[in-house]
Ligand binder design. Structure first.
Ligand code: SF4
Length: 231
């Protein structure tokens, strides 16, 4: 696994758990507002101070009893063919695993789910399904996104989430997202932090206010078992 970063402790990334987050390098999307450009842009990520798998597992072994689990984030972890083996090794040490994904690789997700390799999935919902292609510079396989949503909905523990960008997301988009994902477990509206973005122009975008996000959330509550704002 190409590891681009490690957050040694997080009380936020894995809901209800004490965890570490490991960041994989590379992504097949090109979201202009991405806040991890160094992981996404391969030229930049090559300069990253990679942590080897050996170093990562040497560190992780010492965390048994201190951490509940490991979040695997990116970039996009499912582009890596060795993801199942990487997770198997984490689980063999006794940790639970949360996966962050953009939902573009349902085949990988299906394999991981069938083999009980993931305990929690957080899938980014970039837009209402009919607007995905419009939002990205690379063509998106909408069928793959739909399939991933259907697979994830079979899990006991998961969330869908959207980082809310004023230039992209209007109030009516959330109604469309609610109708698409109606009845699912949990939907989270995440506040956009325009600090470092893949497209530098997005660093100047003014986010919705926290109050506006909370008001979108109120409107979405009837569609989900749980709907919340992550500020
Ligand atoms: S926001 Fe996520 S899916 Fe989009 S480019 Fe960044 S890592 Fe990839």
């Amino acid at each position: 696994m190409k590891i681009g970063g490690l957050q040694k402790l997080t009380l936020i990334d894995y809901p209800g758990k004490v965890a570490a987050t490991v960041f994989t390098v590379g992504c097949n999307f090109f979201c202009p507002f991405c806040h991890n450009p160094d992981l996404v842009l391969l030229k930049k990520s090559e300069q990253y101070p990679f942590l080897s798998e050996e170093q990562f597992f040497w560190w992780l072994e010492k965390k048994l009893g201190l951490l509940d689990g490991v979040c695997i984030s990116g970039g996009e972890p499912t582009i890596h063919k060795d993801l199942p083996d990487f997770i198997k090794e984490i689980k063999s040490l006794g940790f639970i695993v949360k996966l962050d994904t953009n939902g573009s690789n349902p085949e990988m997700l299906e394999y991981l789910i069938k083999n009980n390799l993931i305990d929690y999935v957080a899938m980014d919902i970039k837009a209402p399904i009919n607007k995905y292609s419009k939002f990205y510079r690379l063509a998106t396989n909408v069928a793959a996104i739909k399939k991933s949503v259907n697979l994830i909905c079979q899990l006991a523990d998961y969330e869908f989430r959207t980082t809310v960008i004023p230039d992209f997301h209007k109030k009516r988009d959330f109604t469309e997202i609610g109708e698409w994902l109606m009845g699912s477990n949990k939907y989270v509206l995440q506040q956009f932090r325009p600090e470092k973005t893949l497209d530098p122009a997005f660093a100047d975008v003014r986010p919705y206010s926290d109050e506006e996000l909370k008001s979108f959330c109120e409107g979405l509550k009837p569609y989900f078992k749980k709907c919340e704002v992550r500020l």
